[in-house]
Design a protein around this ligand. Structure first.
Ligand code: PBG
Length: 356
């Protein structure tokens, strides 16, 4: 920006009279050629110069379908979020779709778990059945599936795990085999988008090859490319019943300190065939949304995770924050940072609030 020519003029102490007399002269106008407030003076002007606009097309609603509940079961740490049986899933997805939400992201909670996550890739698994049902009843709704093994593993890790002296060792290549089978089974059930969230190496390339081999050339891969080992997933693990029984996820999810590593992960996933890349969590990682979008320009998604949801809901329930205003500000921040898609538990409310 160029310096104003009358800069010297600007620096003149025009209010020196206050210091001398102790009186404010209200008719003393500052000589300001640049007054940014001009463009903020009415709602119409603010709308005219607004840089970031949210749209109903931006939102993806995560939903939990469970083989263990009848009807719906509230998730204690996420008020307003439920585990759903197949019928209630249809109700919830149908209502969201009717409101204008274009896509849902499914998580499954199976009745039984084992050490091979056999439920994850079962043809009649909880997600596979739910996808078939949704695509039959709501063919226009985009159905995305989380592809991960943690909900299906008895130990809760995202891959095949061996425990040596109580320490969990998650095997990469064996895990990828099951992950590919899971993604293909979701595609076979009719999923439009598969979203691997496990953070194993090489899984995007393997999934792309597996899908293509099975004839699913058009199934989209949304990669959780930059997924961090985060304490903000706490409430989700209640919702999905997927907390690891021992150890943590730090040997596969990324360290919160690392941004360049996130860029390398994204680069690899794009090279392997990712169509959409995702950053997770959202709010504490907006720098990465920005850098990834700038550097790669691919459709970029952000996951406004469970902890981000629960902390605002908790504060709002105490009357400390205005839920709606804070949510819309958060969503705008995601968009401003460069996100094209926003995965959020508030998806339906956002779409409704945008109409109001
Ligand atoms: C499964 C998965 C997790 C989330 C999405 N997929 C949890 C985890 O990695 O522990 C978190 C979503 C949220 O917190 O809302 N691997």
């Amino acid at each position: 920006m160029t310096e104003p020519e009358n800069n010297a003029e600007l620096r003149k102490p025009r209010f020196s009279s206050f210091a001398k007399t102790g009186k404010i002269h209200y008719n003393t106008a500052m000589n300001l050629p640049r007054r940014p407030r001009r463009l903020r003076s009415t709602p119409q002007l603010r709308a005219l110069v607004r840089e970031t606009a949210l749209s109903a097309d931006d939102f993806i609603l995560p939903l939990f379908v469970s083989e263990k509940v009848k009807g719906r079961a509230p998730v204690a740490s996420m008020p307003g979020v439920f585990q759903l049986d197949e019928i209630e899933l249809l109700v919830e997805a149908g209502a969201a779709h009717a409101s204008g939400v274009r896509a849902v992201l499914l998580f499954g909670i199976p009745a039984t778990k084992d050490e091979h996550a056999s439920g994850a890739c079962a043809e009649d698994g909880v997600v596979q059945r739910a996808v078939r049902r949704l695509k039959r009843e709501l063919p226009q709704l985009i159905v995305m599936t989380d592809v991960c093994l943690c909900e299906y593993m008895s130990h809760g890790h995202c891959g095949v795990t061996e425990f040596r002296e109580g320490v969990a060792h998650v095997h990469n290549d064996e895990s990828v085999q099951i992950i590919v089978a899971t993604a293909v089974s979701h595609a076979r059930a009719g999923a439009d988008v598969v979203a691997p969230s496990d953070m194993m190496d090489g899984r995007i390339g393997a999934i792309r090859a597996g899908l293509d081999e099975a004839g699913f050339h058009d199934t989209i891969i949304m990669s959780y490319a930059a997924k961090f080992a985060s304490a903000f997933y706490g409430p989700f693990r209640d919702a999905a019943e997927s907390a690891p029984s021992a150890g943590d996820r730090r040997s596969y999810q990324m360290d919160a300190s690392n941004a360049r590593e996130a860029l390398r992960e994204v680069e690899l996933d794009i090279a392997e065939g990712a169509d959409i890349v995702l950053v997770k969590p959202g709010l504490p990682y907006l720098d990465l949304v920005w850098r990834i979008k700038e550097q790669f320009g691919l459709p970029t998604a952000v996951y406004n995770v469970s902890g981000e949801y629960s902390m605002l809901i908790a504060a709002a329930s105490k009357g400390w924050l205005d839920e709606r205003a804070c949510v819309m500000e958060m969503m705008t921040a995601f968009k401003r940072a460069g996100a094209d898609l926003i995965i959020t538990y508030w998806a339906r409310q956002c779409v409704e609030w945008l109409k109001a």
